[in-house]
Design a protein around this ligand. Structure first.
Ligand code: GUN
Length: 283
């Protein structure tokens, strides 16, 4: 049996369509959502991500500013730029592309971003609000995972969701969002014993470990939903997920591909967060 493929590309286009409608309505009131992206240094993957964000802004009619700074930029200069963007009325969202060069204290930079402009959802106040279930700007990839599951018509209530990976960017926040949707959540990570025994109990398996093709069919219960957050560049230049798609799709239920699954959702949720921030700032 071959599983249904959940197309993040298609869902992403649907959501972008709705965002474009809202942007038009805001423009009639003289409001243009604005996103500032800060890139320090020349990491090739980061350069691609930043270009994609710039393009999404352009396509959706957002105002965008990209600040490309040399790798040797001092922490003081970076903090000064963040402060300037915090005070700019035409900027609703600020994203500092990670990783930052080693001499810069990443935490200090994230903490300097105004909480209501933190469209990455990485500021400790937004993280804390996520934990206690208060309104916050949600981190983009985890929010994209939940949106993808919901729009595929899959109910999470009462389901056993297993998350593999415990990072601050994906594993931890996605587990909180799954709980918010009334799933029963188990977290696995690199030190988990008998992992396949646990993952085979999952109705919904979310994989965010950063190891190409790590999860094969032996980890998956027949019919389970499989969401692959992995983005691994192989030696041949191709992109691979954390899930061995070809083997897993023979046993799983609905499954996301890589590329074209969670990836496109991340930038779409960034645009959604920036729109939400703009409505709050100018509403
Ligand atoms: N680098 C890789 N992923 C991300 C992300 O989601 N946000 C930021 N700011 N940097 C990243």
């Amino acid at each position: 049996m071959t599983a249904t493929i959940i197309s993040g590309k298609q869902v992403s286009e649907e959501i972008r369509g709705s965002i474009a409608v809202e942007v038009k309505a805001l423009a009639a009131k003289g409001v243009v959502p604005g996103l500032a992206v800060v890139l320090v240094g020349e990491d090739p993957a980061s350069q691609v991500y930043v270009r994609n964000k710039e393009k999404a802004c352009h396509d959706l009619g957002f105002y965008s500013e990209v600040h490309r700074l040399p790798a040797e930029t001092s922490q003081a200069d970076l903090l000064a730029l963040v402060e300037k963007l915090n005070s700019q009325n035409n900027i609703d969202g600020i994203l500092v592309q990670l990783p930052l060069p080693g001499h810069v204290d990443e935490k200090a930079v994230i903490n300097a971003i105004a909480v209501d402009k933190d469209v990455d959802g990485f500021h400790p106040v937004n993280v804390g609000n996520l934990v206690i279930g208060d309104d916050s700007l949600l981190p983009c990839t985890p929010a994209g995972v939940i949106e993808l599951i919901k729009r595929a018509g899959i109910s999470l209530s009462g389901k056993h969701a297993v998350v593999i990976g415990r990072s601050n960017i994906v594993g931890k926040p996605v587990s909180l969002l799954l709980q918010r949707e009334n799933a029963t959540v188990t977290m696995c990570h690199s030190r988990t014993a008998n992992m396949a025994e646990i993952t085979r109990q999952a109705d919904v398996l979310v994989v965010a470990i950063g190891r190409a093709n790590f999860i094969d069919a032996s980890y998956v219960k027949p019919g389970a939903v499989v969401i692959d957050v992995g983005m691994n560049r192989l030696d041949n230049g191709k992109l691979a997920g954390d899930v061995d798609f070809e083997s897993v799709k023979e046993v799983s239920g609905p499954i996301t591909p890589v590329p074209g699954g969670v990836g496109p959702m991340t930038i779409t949720m960034l645009m959604q967060n920036t729109l939400l921030a703009a409505k709050r700032h100018h509403g």
